[in-house]
Design a protein around this ligand. Structure first.
Ligand code: SF4
Length: 472
């Protein structure tokens, strides 16, 4: 019987079906960080339990880490306490910790793939909802809460309900200036922020086939913003080429054997899907969110939507968003003044993202009223960018170049909006208060679009600014 990758991986990790219909699922890789693990470790300590599989558990520090200086003790006592707790727990249980001294610290969803920990066919959990990122490799990867972090630490298993699978076929060639970020924003806009509830999203089609692993990670990363706990891409040659030679990937003959097996995990021709959707990416323009959820987006050359013809609930949501954002329905989104430009996060803090943004800012200056920062997704990304001279380009333009971390994606560290500031951001959430100020406003877009906005001081179409010869 033809099967989807989701079903193949799920069934291979199913320990048993529980009385309530859930599956006891074995977890192949558990990634932890400083924010959602302390209480989980405390729960184990209260019972005197060990970590079941420390060799399948890897840690880093990302959410609370300041990006100006990582000198210890950290200035924020809470951040220092959480970091110290992670260090203590990792030492006690023999869990590898990628801290700043390791040279491999970074956002958990950036370092997993770049270290080769993330591999096809794994079940992967982490106490962060953007764990869906790792599905780009053909893994079944999903975010969990602190009590589930405890469960995985204690048993390496989790009780979870199976999902249906929606195949999203993305066709067409992306136009210059249009990126994976625009594709996933368009998908979320089309299917809705709750449209993926109960589904795993399988992304395929010629547009996905052509994408790099960085681009596929951007797509899978934001699956959760469309309500899908899991997003994945079937493993192919691009996946295999990315993983070859990575630190934790198999080596030598074992890699070739693994690669042959990974290929068998891809969804079979004729596999049954619970739903199928096709998106023509060749028609997309750069996208910008105008509202307070990632589904409230428009092409950069369009206007903030009007309420005409909407259902009452949608009208109310639109009115709430427009009022909070102080945007007028019917007015173009282009020209919206920004105060802050943020390039980073697990969605768009990888080397290819920084390259594209640097192409836009090279030889230009950030607008005088804009505070602009680049935060690499990992120390490895920062080092690779430095080898290409990207920090110099950004700093010459007036950007701040920071240490790796989550930074302004969620502002659990000193990087945050003040008051009613408007931020052009390459991150993944534009909820009220997400970037640290309860009244701060977030406009999600691609890193290249953020770069263009930083220079213009307002939302602007990157295609009109600086993309001669750029690739999508
Ligand atoms: S960058 Fe944002 S979404 Fe990603 S792991 Fe950090 S806080 Fe979570």
């Amino acid at each position: 019987m033809p099967e989807t990758l989701f079903r193949k991986v799920w069934d291979r990790h199913a320990v048993r079906t529980l009385a309530n219909g859930q599956t006891q699922l074995y977890i192949g890789l558990h990634l932890i960080h400083e924010v959602t693990s302390p209480q989980a470790f405390d729960a184990l300590a209260e019972r005197g339990w060990p970590v079941k599989a420390p060799h399948r558990t890897f840690a880093t520090v990302d959410h609370i880490l300041p990006t100006r200086s990582v000198a210890r003790p950290l200035v924020d006592p809470m951040a220092e306490t959480m970091t110290a707790a992670l260090e203590r727990n990792c030492r006690a249980h023999g869990i590898p910790l990628f801290d700043p001294a390791s040279g491999n610290q970074g956002i958990v969803h950036v370092i997993g793939p770049e270290l080769g920990l993330t591999q096809p066919g794994l079940t992967i959990t982490c106490g962060d909802s953007h764990t869906s990122t790792h599905g780009a490799f053909g893994a079944v990867a999903f975010g969990i809460g602190t009590s589930q972090v405890r469960d995985v630490l204690a048993s390496q298993c989790l009780a979870v309900s199976p999902l249906r699978v929606r195949r999203i076929t993305v066709t067409g060639r992306l136009a210059p200036g249009v990126y994976a970020k625009d594709v996933i924003l368009a998908i979320i806009h089309t299917l809705g922020v709750g449209g993926g509830a109960g589904f795993a999203y399988e992304y395929g089609g010629d547009a996905i086939d052509r994408m790099s692993m960085d681009e596929r990670m951007t797509i899978c990363n934001m699956s959760i913003e469309g309500g899908a706990r899991i997003g994945y891409v079937n493993p192919d040659q691009t996946t295999i080429d990315y993983l070859r030679g990575r630190r934790f990937a198999p080596a030598g003959d074992a890699f070739d054997r693994a690669a042959a097996w990974w290929r068998t995990l891809a969804s079979d021709a004729g596999a049954p899907y619970d739903d199928q959707v096709t998106i023509d990416a060749g028609r997309l323009a750069p996208m910008v969110t105008w509202g307070i959820d990632p589904g409230q987006s428009v092409p950069v050359d369009a206007a903030v939507p009007r309420p005409d013809g909407l259902a009452p609930a949608d009208r109310a949501r639109l009115a709430e968003a427009a009022a909070f954002m102080d945007l007028t329905p019917g007015r173009p989104i282009a020209g919206t003044r920004i105060d802050v430009a943020f390039i980073g996060s697990c969605t768009n803090g990888r080397l290819s993202d920084l390259r594209e943004a640097a192409r836009v800012v090279a030889g230009r200056r950030v607008a005088a009223h804009v505070r602009a920062l680049v935060v690499p997704g990992s120390q490895a990304v920062a080092a690779a960018a430095a080898r290409e001279g990207l920090p110099d380009i950004f700093q010459a333009a007036g950007f701040e170049w920071r240490h790796a971390g989550c930074s302004m994606c969620l502002a659990m560290n000193p990087d945050r909006l003040e008051g009613r500031e408007v931020c052009a951001s390459s991150s993944n959430r534009n909820f009220k208060g997400r970037q640290g100020s309860p009244t701060g406003r977030t406009l999600l877009m691609s890193p290249a679009m953020v770069a263009a906005a930083a220079v213009a001081g307002e939302v602007v179409d990157v295609r009109q600014v600086a993309l001669a010869g750029a690739s999508a």
